[in-house]
Design a protein around this ligand. Structure first.
Ligand code: C2E
Ligand code: CA
Ligand code: CA
Length: 961
């Protein structure tokens, strides 16, 4: 090391000149150096001179003699224009004093946040105004100069700086300095040792257990270790290099520290699980920090400054995250709270230190120690986390552990009653489930009374008592416990006593299982067993049970006259077919509700099947009162039902049977009689109430017999085709007829189509019947037409059933009917209902077109009972529209004329003739005529008549068939 020689003589010679040239040079005050002072802080006592050139001229401190001299100092290298500091020391003792001037290279304290001072060699040389020049001592982390002060001397020192400023300058007593260095070295050694062990330990754990959190923590530990080594000067000792490279290392490590802290936080809190965006933010941040490491090589202070801010940011963001997640019950976050608090405290402390607000000499080593402590805490936290949950995952579990696990897995919770202490313990899950505070179900056995269902308290007490008395056996009972919201939950308690050596029951231990769902299912099953699932009404079994009870009472008490009322919706099948099953279901539900309202609570309303309801009436005894009740039921059951903004017209037939001890020995008989009366009501056109009379039983046609009879009816000539006239409204002349089947049954008399068509459809006889009707109608028509030559010619319309249209060769039938006779084109018409064509619209459209081509006409029957719009029906080639009698008769609503008018107008627009059905009186006829309807059919113009009568009517009586 070259030494800058003092040039005192030169200085003296130039003193005068210098005085004129450099007026800035002031005399400075000397610092007294007492013998016993271990260390004197010179930082504040120095005078700094920023670079004015390569030379500095200063006035020395006045000595004992009071003389101020001037000295000039030159930079060691030309052109470096260094900064200078000047200080003076005086020795007023009688002894020679040896001291060390110490200027540390790096100090965390006061290094700054932005563009921090990362340290470097501070002093390149010191010049003394007199005596021996200070000698540089060997030191890694400071510039140390040894100086000697003679007794009574006052010496001014000028130090040439390497850095723009000098953060600290101390004057040490050499032994004291040595002591401090030694003790610091010990401290450093310990800290480095701990940091090293931590890093090693976490690395080993990482190798053993692969969870991400371990490498993250290990990386953090290694980074801290490196930082500690750098700060304590071990790094440069190992890797060599002073000054510049040290600064790069330091800045780089600070960046990595920020990065590893972030990675640790991310991995520990599983942030990627909470939100994808968390991963993105972390990734960007990491990339940024990696760039920072690169930057450290070029501009260490900038990199270090950003890294320091980044560490503070990670600390703050982490703190918010940890608090947030901890509040939301995330265990890991809760466990990290103490560590993070320490980290925050550390960051605050470090911030104070680097900004210079905290300037104790011990701050720096304390902060380094704190950093290691934080890593240690982190290590503990993750260790706890890793091993708490994992102990069971690996290796063997004891039998009792396995039992506990199995219990938890099965969803059961523990119930444990310590008999001697009278304390119940239950697993906290059950309290959580019930929304009760922890411990609400614990305590003496009697605490349970508060939450038990009142009707189960006694059973609960008895069960526990039995365990104590018998000391064996098992409780297997279901109890209801009230949750915080007032709902009861079912729990099954299964427990058995644990008996001590003295034979007494020590505790009762077992499990509690939530069986609420199973109970609910059980209750539903019980309800379903006796209730109809659609309407919720009692079903057949429950009804028969109640009927049996009512009849048993009636047998004993002649005053009681229970009645059974049977209700059946008219043409329900058609409603289902045309409006769909949901509509059908709505109707049934609405009916159930309406009928329940009509009946009294003592009465029982049940749904037997399909659209058949049955009511047991015990609330009334008088026949007249029951009849009133039945007509009230009929009223509500005939009010249209609203379904998805449509009104579905409704008609119901009701049969009533009164209890008669002679007739009703069996309860089924009463229901059967009510059904017979109901069927009778249907036979009479439906929409009415009929009371059972014994004579009706004879009329009862059992279906099997009827089906057999039906097969022979045609051969035996029992089937007749009747004709109901259809008149032209403008002149009341007969325009045509509708052919209607009648069956002259040998025993049951004349039956209407309602009584045998359904059976015929079921058995398939309808096909022969249909062909019969078609042929008969066609031949009659040809007779009429021959007798009465009018224009347009007379027509006949024949009803077609669904079986005929969809499952049989209707086209062939029409062809054969038309081939045998000669009739005017289009005058033989087929009548089809809307629901019939809607069963298979595509096929129907094709078939109807073919039939039209064969020369038959087509009439749309019962229009208005279905739901298709006329516009839709337009795609079927109908030439006639028959308005259903429910729109025509007196019972229609006030809006009738408007509806009728629009139907007629629309039908005409579509090129169809309109026939109004069920015209029963003259006023209807006049009204319809005014509405523009051209044809009418109904009792006002004639009932269905036999073929002979029809011939007479058209003046064809003499014409041979
Ligand atoms: P529909 O096609 O609506 O036939 C008209 C029904 O209304 C006939 O009942 C008729 O007697 C009755 N009626 C006529 N004018 C009035 C009136 O002013 N007021 C009232 N309340 N009713 C009137 P019917 O003869 O008992 O026939 C019932 C149903 O049986 C017919 O209803 C039709 O769908 C079916 N049907 C009749 N003959 C045949 C047939 O040959 N083949 C098929 N497949 N079905 C037939
Ligand atoms: Ca008809
Ligand atoms: Ca009709």
């Amino acid at each position: 090391m070259r030494r800058k020689l003092p040039r005192a003589s030169l200085a003296l010679a130039l003193a005068l000149l210098a005085c004129l040239l450099a007026p800035a040079a002031r005399a400075i005050e000397a610092v007294r150096t007492p013998l016993d002072a271990r260390v004197i802080d010179l930082t504040k006592s120095v005078e700094s001179y920023s670079s004015a050139g390569d030379r500095l001229l200063v006035a020395t401190a006045p000595g004992a003699d009071g003389i101020v001299r001037r000295i000039e100092v030159r930079a060691r290298e030309e052109g470096t224009r260094p900064n200078w500091i000047v200080f003076a020391l005086s020795n007023d003792t009688g002894e020679q004093i040896e001291r060390l001037i110490v200027a540390p290279h790096f100090r965390l304290v006061g290094s700054g946040v932005i563009w921090p001072d990362l340290g470097a060699t501070r002093i390149s040389a010191i010049t003394a105004s007199q005596g021996y020049p200070p000698e540089r001592e060997d030191s890694e982390d400071a510039d140390v100069f040894r100086l000697t002060l003679d007794p009574g001397a006052t010496v001014t020192y000028v130090a040439e700086l390497r850095t723009p400023n000098l953060p600290q300058l101390h004057l040490w007593e050499p032994d004291a300095y040595k002591d401090r260095q030694t003790s610091l070295a010990l401290y450093k050694g310990i800290v480095i040792g701990v940091a090293g062990l931590l890093a090693l330990f976490l690395t080993i754990v990482f190798v053993v257990r692969g969870a991400v959190i371990f490498p993250a923590a290990a990386a953090l530990a290694w980074t801290v270790l490196i930082y500690v080594c750098i700060d304590f000067g071990f790094w440069s000792r190992i890797f060599g290099g002073e000054g510049a490279s040290d600064r790069i290392w330091r800045a780089g490590t600070e960046s990595i520290l920020a990065a590893t802290l972030l990675v640790f936080l991310f991995a520990y809190l599983n942030l990627n699980r909470w939100h994808v965006r968390a991963s993105h933010v972390a990734a960007i941040w990491l990339l940024f920090l990696a760039a920072l490491v690169g930057l450290a090589v070029y501009d260490a202070p900038v990199a270090a400054g950003v890294a320091r801010i980044s560490i503070a940011a990670v600390g703050a963001v982490g703190f918010v995250l940890v608090l947030y997640l901890a509040i939301h019950g995330y265990d890991r976050a809760v466990m990290l709270i103490p560590t993070w608090f320490l980290l925050l405290a550390w960051i605050v402390g470090a911030a104070f230190a680097v900004t210079g607000a905290l300037t104790n000499d011990l701050v720096s080593p304390a902060l380094i120690g704190g950093l290691v402590l934080i890593v240690m805490l982190i290590g503990f936290t993750i260790m706890q986390n890793a091993f708490v949950g994992s102990g069971l995952a690996h290796g063997a579990v004891s039998d009792s552990e396995r039992k506990a696990l199995a219990l938890a897995g099965g969803g059961d919770v523990i119930f444990d009653w310590d008999v001697a202490a009278d304390r119940i313990y239950v697993s906290p899950e059950i309290e959580a489930q019930l929304g009760l505070p922890r411990g609400a179900l614990e305590g003496p056995a009697s605490t349970w009374f508060d939450v038990l269902h009142p009707s189960e308290r006694d059973r609960y007490r008895a069960s526990l008592d039995a365990m104590l008395e018998q000391r064996r056996g098992r409780i297997n009972q279901d109890f209801r416990l009230r949750a915080a919201d007032g709902q009861y939950h079912w729990f099954r308690l299964r427990a058995r006593p644990v008996v001590g050596a003295d034979g007494e029951a020590l505790r009762v231990v077992g499990t509690l299982a939530d069986v609420t769902e199973a109970k609910a299912a059980e209750e539903r099953l019980l309800h379903d067993a006796v209730h109809d699932s659609l309407t919720g009404l009692p079903n057949r079994e429950l009804f028969h049970d109640r009927l049996g009870a009512a009849l048993a009472l009636a047998e004993a008490d002649p005053n009681l006259r229970p009645a059974v009322m049977c209700l059946d919706v008219d043409r329900f099948k058609e409603i289902n077919a045309s409006a769909g099953f949901p509509a059908g279901d709505s109707i049934l539900i609405a009916l159930a509700r309406r009928l329940s309202r009509v009946l009294k609570p003592q009465d029982t309303l049940a749904r037997l099947q399909g659209d058949e309801f049955v009511a047991l009436i015990v609330s009334e005894k008088e026949q007249s009162r029951i009849a009133e009740l039945a007509s009230a039921a009929l009223r509500v059951a005939s009010t249209p039902v609203a379904f998805s903004d449509r009104e579905i017209p409704l008609s119901t037939s009701i049969g009533v049977a009164f209890y008669d001890p002679q007739l009703h020995a069996r309860r089924e008989d009463m229901v059967k009689d009510a059904e017979i009366a109901m069927r009778h009501a249907k036979r009479l056109g439906g929409g009415r109430v009929e009371t059972f009379r014994a004579t009706m039983r004879a009329l009862r046609s059992d279906r099997v017999g009827l089906a057999a009879d039906l097969r022979r009816a045609l051969e035996r000539g029992e089937m007749k085709l009747f004709f109901q006239p259809i008149v032209r409204l403008e002149d009341r002349t007969v325009a045509g007829f509708e052919a209607l089947l009648r069956w002259d049954h040998p025993r049951e008399g004349r039956l209407g189509p309602a009584e045998f068509i359904p059976v015929a459809e079921e058995t398939g006889t309808i096909i022969d019947l249909g062909l019969f009707a078609l042929k008969r109608a066609a031949s009659e028509l040809s007779v009429w037409q021959r007798a009465l030559d009018v224009d347009p010619p007379l027509f006949v319309s024949v009803n077609v059933s669904s079986r005929q249209l969809l499952r049989h060769d209707l086209i062939g039938d029409v062809k054969s009917a038309l081939s045998r006779v000669e009739v005017a084109p289009g005058s033989l018409k087929l009548e089809l209902t809307e629901s019939l064509v809607m069963e298979n619209p595509e096929l129907a459209a094709q078939m109807l077109t073919r039939i039209r081509e064969l020369g038959a006409g087509l009439a749309l029957d019962d229009f208005g009972t279905g739901f298709s719009s006329l516009a839709y029906l337009q795609r079927f080639p109908f030439d006639t529209l028959k308005i259903d009698r429910s729109f025509v008769g007196r019972n229609g609503s006030g809006a009738r004329p408007i509806i009728l008018r629009s139907i007629v107008a629309l039908a005409h627009d579509l090129g169809m003739d309109v026939v109004a059905e069920g015209v029963e009186d003259e006023s209807d006829a006049i009204e319809l005529s005014q509405l523009g309807c051209e044809y009418a059919q109904g009792f006002a113009f004639g009932h269905p008549i036999s073929a002979d009568e029809a011939r007479k009517l058209v003046g064809a009586a003499s014409v041979a068939a």
